[in-house]
Write a protein that binds this ligand. Structure first.
Ligand code: NAP
Length: 322
């Protein structure tokens, strides 16, 4: 008998076909996220789940007595309750590598967009305010040759560093729990302790995964260390930053601007203070969202799931479940 898989979000037909070669497939076809109650009900007979953000915790697992594997179409897996999955022996996989360059490109969209005030100036032009030359009120900051600090320089961070060093000739520092001597010599990047990185950088890019250790890693104290001219970019997860402290830092001039792809609550509530702040550039969590990369991620997630359910070791089991 074939294993049964539930797919909880829309995926390309090729991805579904790949799973269907080996498994019976049921799927959610709505455009919004599947309601939690329905997801739990759908898992009653499932051996595998293909998802991209649904919380996999003890509650879900009690509703899924046959579940053996969960494959997420994302590199971040903070929605996996690792202890609960370990206890049940669930195989959990993710999609590293294939999205590195795409997410790094988006980091630069946010860096350039905030530094050169692209969204503000777009509004200025479209609202018919460009009557004579744009005055110095609209001047931005240079990205080239500026100092970039990367918090969490892993796969994506290195792709950001490469662009920064060799494209924009920036001075790049990074902070991780452990040093990366190979990256230091190949990319010409410097290791700095977190406080030092915050003090020195013109741009700080947050790319550490969300873990108990990184939750609100950047708060009031950290923003106070940054230069008044500095720009903060978050493309990891919203919860790595204390949003209240960020709002305060932006409103008081402690830092100049922020470029955000991720938020504490997603989708961001319509009355969130960020949405009325000109010095905040907001994107709707689209770091990896190009057609090609999202296709590759979904295909890789499908392959991981098929392998897990057909007795082969998937290539991308999340480290804590290996
Ligand atoms: P990765 O290769 O695992 O890199 C993460 C880096 O963070 C590692 O170098 C790690 O180094 C460092 N790190 C982990 N815990 C840390 C801590 N407590 N303090 C400081 N550094 C720490 O992951 P990746 O593939 O580059 O992805 C990074 C994150 O980007 C994902 O987890 C996800 O949250 C986010 N992401 C967002 C989008 C989006 O759409 N916005 C898309 C893709 C990924 P050490 O272990 O040495 O500390």
């Amino acid at each position: 008998m074939k294993p049964t898989v539930f797919i909880d979000r829309t995926v390309p037909s090729e991805v579904e076909a790949k799973i269907a070669e080996y498994c019976d497939v049921d799927k959610w076809e709505g455009t919004n996220r599947i309601p939690r109650e329905l997801l739990l009900a759908k898992l009653a007979n499932a051996d595998g789940l293909l998802t991209a953000g649904s919380r996999v915790d003890a509650e879900l697992l009690t509703h899924a007595p046959q579940l053996k594997a969960v494959s997420t179409i994302s590199v971040g897996y903070n929605h996996f309750d690792i202890d609960a999955m370990k206890q049940r022996g669930i195989i959990g996989t993710h999609t590293p590598h294939v999205l590195n360059n795409t997410v790094a490109d988006l980091a630069f969209a946010l860096i350039l967009g905030t530094a050169r005030r692209v969204a503000e100036l777009d509004r200025y032009v479209k609202e018919g305010k460009w009557i004579s030359g744009a005055g110095n009120k609209w001047f931005g900051q240079d990205v080239h040759h500026a100092k970039l600090g990367i918090i969490g320089m892993g796969r994506i961070g290195e792709a950001v560093a490469r662009r920064a060093r060799f494209g924009f000739e920036m001075e790049v520092s990074y902070y991780n729990r452990s040093r990366k001597p190979e990256a230091e010599s190949l990319l010409g990047v410097r290791y700095l302790e977190l406080n030092e990185l915050l003090r020195e950088s013109d741009f700080v890019v947050m790319l550490a995964p969300l873990t108990p250790e990184t939750a609100k890693l950047i708060g009031r104290e950290q923003f106070r260390l940054m230069k008044p001219s500095s720009i903060f970019i978050n493309i990891s997860r919203g919860q790595t930053v204390d949003e209240e402290a960020l709002i305060e830092a932006l409103q008081s001039g402690t830092i100049t601007a922020a470029g955000l792809d991720v938020y504490e609550i997603e989708p961001i509530p319509a009355d969130h203070p960020f949405l009325s702040m000109d010095n905040v550039l907001t994107l709707p969590h689209i770091g990896s969202a190009t057609k090609a990369t999202r296709f590759d991620m979904a295909m890789l997630a499908a392959q991981n799931l098929v392998n897990a359910l057909t007795g082969q070791t998937p290539a991308h089991i999340v480290p804590e479940l290996q």
